[in-house]
Design a protein around this ligand. Sequence first.
Ligand code: HEM
Length: 192
Amino acid sequence: MAGQTMTAPAEKPALSRPGILIPALSVAAAAAWCTSLAVGHTHTFDVGIHRLALSAHVLAMVLAFGSVIVVDWVGFLWLVGKRGLRDTSRLEQAAAPLIWAGLAGLLVTGALIHPDITSPATQLKMCCVLGLMLNGISLIPVMRRLHLLPEGTMFKEVSGSLRARLLVALVLSQAFWWTAIMVGFANSISRR
Ligand code: HEM
């Protein structure tokens, strides 16, 4: 129309496009995981650093897993109709930086305490660590879809495919975390 200027839709930054974001984050997580294992396997640090890193490892676990438990629990309460969708979304958004900071701490401190990657139990633990990171990343677009739903949406009103996806993610998250924690403690006890 005469006198009107047409503005092109704003370009989204490349990494915020869902098609690129998820593979990019998955590759970054896998690379961080590989680096942590490679450093941990090839380097041995002195006893003082080892002790400090083991304490920091447990603290990082408390930060990440504590936040995961609260998010998964409130998600479960929404699932059984005891909480609103908004509670779940707000909590998930607030807790995400704590979870990822804790996970980064686990990768860094884990590398300083010399994991025995030839042990099958440690291999199982490490697969769980990679699995829980990739599970968390794959949930990003799912959570975005959930955040777009109206405030009072109940779990049973959500599409069957989204419900199945959320349930699988919840079960996988808990299974990976508990296995990693149990193996971590079992390894520690058997090394003493
Ligand atoms: C979700 C991630 C992880 C969880 C939940 C986890 C959990 C744990 C727990 C509970 C312990 C026992 C601590 C203690 O006895 O005081 C532990 C120990 C340990 N963790 Fe982790 N950890 C994780 C990631 C990692 C990573 C990425 C590495 C190495 C790259 C690692 C290497 C170790 C080592 C070397 C020990 C000492 C026991 C052993 O000899 O295996 N952990 N972890």
